[in-house]
Design a protein around this ligand. Structure first.
Ligand SMILES: [Zn+2]
Length: 270
């Protein structure tokens, strides 16, 4: 059986543009709110509300998405059958990367999950910025009650100016319980990895169809994530592509919630 989880990373384009002046790299509140509305609209229409919005947090925009207007959107997502996750950009793109620093990760994840929970939200999943991850983050996730990670893009090895930012070489291409020693290997931690299956922006609809057909042929249960970004929703063309991609994928697999994925990954005992 093939299952997908639709995930949207709550990033805006200017965050990544290191050539812009500092004030232009910050998110725009009204623009982000309307993009999130479009995400909710599309996910409600196509997937009955099931998706995970990964809320961006970074040194640049630490608590920006904890403002009351955004908290209202996260409640709406949960209310419609979706979930929120924590998307830690523990980075200053092109300059510094903190994903290997357990102290920094503990501070970031603890602060953000705590703030969401204080607002009666239930963050259920984690994804590192640039799909970064360090095994030292596993106990931090456990302590904060997050048992799903979506940072794995099997085979990915991303360097910025020679510095490794994301390393998923040799990682399984299906869900697994992560090892405390090596995030790319199955082990006995309490955190389950749901790897990336489809990256909508970078793959043609034809390729998405072919990949879905291959996933469908696998034996046993397969759970994979499908990725888009908030900034995609500003473009009509990209919204259409996301919609078509989801409709294609629905023909091959079933879209599930974070909770359902945790139940499947943990062998039905959830
Ligand atoms: Zn991101």
């Amino acid at each position: 059986m093939l299952y997908f989880i639709f995930t949207i990373d709550g990033d805006w384009k200017e965050y990544f543009n290191i050539g812009l002046p500092e004030e232009k790299r910050l998110p725009d509140k009204q623009r982000m709110l309307s993009l999130i509305d479009r995400e909710i609209g599309l996910a409600t229409k196509i997937l009955g509300g099931k998706f995970i919005h990964f809320i961006h947090t970074s040194p640049r925009a630490r608590d920006f998405f904890l403002q009351p207007e955004f908290i209202g959107k996260w409640r709406e997502i949960e209310g419609r059958g979706g979930d929120v996750g924590v998307h830690c950009h523990a980075d200053d793109p092109g300059r510094a990367y903190y994903h290997n620093d357990p102290g920094k990760m503990e501070e970031m994840i603890g602060f953000f999950t705590g703030a969401l929970e204080e607002n009666n939200l239930s963050p259920v999943a984690f994804r590192g910025g640039y799909m970064s991850f360090s095994p030292a983050t596993i106990p931090v996730l456990e302590e904060n009650g997050i048992f799903l990670d979506f940072s794995c893009d099997p085979g990915r090895y991303l360097l910025h100016d020679g510095r490794p930012v994301s390393d998923w070489r040799g990682a399984p291409d299906n869900f697994y319980r992560m090892s405390y020693e090596d995030h790319r290997r199955p082990g006995d931690s309490r955190v389950f990895e749901i790897p990336l299956g489809i990256y909508i922006e970078t793959e043609s609809l034809w390729k998405i169809w072919k990949k879905a057909r291959q996933f469908k042929r696998r034996k046993g249960e397969t759970v994979l994530s499908v990725l888009a970004h908030s900034y995609d929703f500003s473009s009509f063309k990209m919204r259409l592509k996301i919609k078509l991609a989801l409709l294609i994928l629905k023909r091959f697999g079933r879209f599930i919630s974070a909770e359902e994925s945790l139940r499947i990954a943990s062998g039905g005992q959830g």
